[in-house]
Design a protein around this ligand. Structure first.
Ligand code: UDP
Ligand code: MG
Length: 318
């Protein structure tokens, strides 16, 4: 019988674990799906991992690991993909904002031969206006870059084993899971779902972390910002040609002393362009530096007993 692995990134979610295990067990056993739950505690500072261990003792289908510190949701997702042993793998939030009732439908589509089932948000749930606007801008940019409509995409997806194997074999450290499945291709379909309210706890995202996330995702998929530097250069050259001619003309006609304002403005404009350009180049340089260092995406510090060892895993059991 095929196995479904469900990867659940969890960061400070102690209140959610037990409930999520119960709800998923209900939905999946009703649909007669063989499953395992893989909780990835992302360096939680509360009792999340203790809850995972407790659940694992009660039910061998529940497995989990703890990171040595907070590595971010992307890292949790990839750790989960690596540790999953199912024929199909679903990634979903452990706060149940991704409705588990969709699972049987996604599973059915997989059995029909689809290799990627994308969860598409019908609406974005409750969010502040600023959040909505910036998310809108970010997804428009990403959709342009990916040449695919990503505006309603989410991390809630089902992937076939083949796709999981492709994703975990990617050498890059700076990943953007949501877009990578689009990039990978395969036979894809989608299901629509409504984002639910979080039951316990609060969202882990601050405006600042979302901004960092957006910039890092755009630059991990595109070098277009670097071309922006060239664009600034061309604009400056056009400017300088016009001003150069004007200056020469003034010089030749003997009225060249004035123009201090122009000089100040030019210094300011060009200085600004240069600094922006250096910043963009510096950002990419930093990204290259991070990739070249080749540090692992995450470090696992603990794992539940029932988790089968995977070569790359570095577990230090107490
Ligand atoms: N998460 C994580 N690491 C982090 C932040 C969040 O693994 O550094 C998990 C979190 O536990 C949750 C999911 O990612 O299961 C989505 O996070 P959250 O609910 O805070 O985001 P939102 O639903 O508000 O987008
Ligand atoms: Mg959430």
């Amino acid at each position: 019988m095929p196995l479904l692995s469900i990867v659940l990134p969890s960061y400070n979610e102690e209140q959610n674990i037990g409930n999520t295990v119960r709800v998923l067990a209900q939905v999946l056993s009703k649909a007669q799906i063989d499953y395992e739950l893989l909780f990835i505690s992302d360096g939680s500072r509360d009792g999340t991992y203790a809850q995972i261990e407790k659940a694992a003792q009660e039910d061998p289908r529940v497995k989990g690991v703890e990171f040595s510190r907070n590595f971010g949701k992307e890292a949790s997702i990839f750790a989960g993909l690596r540790l999953a042993s199912g024929n199909a793998v679903v990634v979903m939030d452990c706060d149940l904002q991704h409705p588990p009732e969709m699972l049987p439908q996604m599973w059915k589509l997989w059995q029909e031969g689809y290799e990627v089932v994308e969860g598409i948000k019908k609406d974005r749930g409750k969010e502040s206006l600023g959040h909505k606007l910036s998310a809108g801008l970010f997804y428009r940019v990403m959709s342009r870059l990916m040449k695919m409509d990503m505006t309603a995409s989410s991390d809630y997806k089902l992937l076939d084993r083949k796709v999981v194997d492709v994703l975990v074999s990617l050498p890059e450290k700076n990943t953007f899971f949501r877009a990578l499945t689009f990039w990978a291709g395969f036979r894809t379909t989608s299901v629509e779902y409504e984002v639910k309210e979080r039951l316990y706890g609060e969202s882990k995202w601050s405006t600042w972390s979302l901004m960092k996330y957006a910039v890092s995702n755009v630059t991990s998929f595109s070098t277009l910002p670097l071309q922006f530097v060239t664009f600034l250069g061309v604009v400056s050259i056009l400017f300088s040609i016009v001003l150069g001619i004007q200056t020469l003309a003034k010089y030749l006609s003997g009225t060249a002393v004035e123009g201090f304002t122009t000089v100040i403005l030019l210094i300011l404009i060009i200085g600004g362009f240069l600094m922006v350009s250096l910043g963009i180049i510096g950002h990419y340089l930093a990204r290259i530096y991070e990739e070249v260092k080749g540090r692992p995406k995450y470090i696992i510090s603990k794992a539940t007993e029932n988790l089968h060892p995977v070569e790359e895993r570095t577990v230090t059991r107490q």
